[in-house]
Design a protein around this ligand. Structure first.
Ligand SMILES: [Zn+2]
Length: 145
């Protein structure tokens, strides 16, 4: 859907995805959040499952796309758990980029009880990484997929 859409550019390989795609099928792809100008050191383990097709709303998914998103999410969640996540939060927020993307957000051990799921990346000891560290993380994750 053109160059304006961030997710379309990611799917088309026009944005560097450290470590490459984690998973893909005909309908959807999964990858670790890449460093971007507004977030140069993403939270390690913050992964995305996105549709190949430029659709906005979760209600626009075909059944096949919904199944693909579920498959990809499960796969990445298994890997994140094997890499130490106690929980994997899964969310479609729908307030940012208008291209379906589902977040997978690991919760690592030691997070104080009561910490909201979206605040785990703001803790002082939350792991963040640059492109090289993300690529290394993706390599470890891939070994579990
Ligand atoms: Zn798009």
């Amino acid at each position: 859907m053109g160059d304006y859409c961030l997710v379309c550019r990611e799917v088309a390989g026009k944005i560097e995805i450290p470590g490459g795609l984690l998973w893909e099928d005909d309908n959807a792809v999964a990858f670790h959040l890449p460093p971007l100008d507004d977030n140069p050191r993403p939270y390690l383990g913050h992964c995305m499952v996105v549709t190949r097709r430029h659709i906005d709303h979760v209600g626009d998914l075909t059944v096949a796309e919904a199944e693909s998103v579920a498959r990809g999410s499960r796969k990445v969640a298994v890997g994140l758990r094997a890499e130490g996540a106690e929980r994997v939060h899964v969310a479609v927020i729908g307030l940012g980029v208008e291209h379906f993307h589902q977040h997978l957000y690991p919760r690592y051990p030691g997070v104080p009880p009561g910490t909201p799921w979206m605040a785990v990346d703001e803790l002082p000891n939350a792991p963040h990484g640059d492109a090289q560290q993300i690529a290394a993380f993706v390599e470890r994750l891939r070994a579990h997929l």
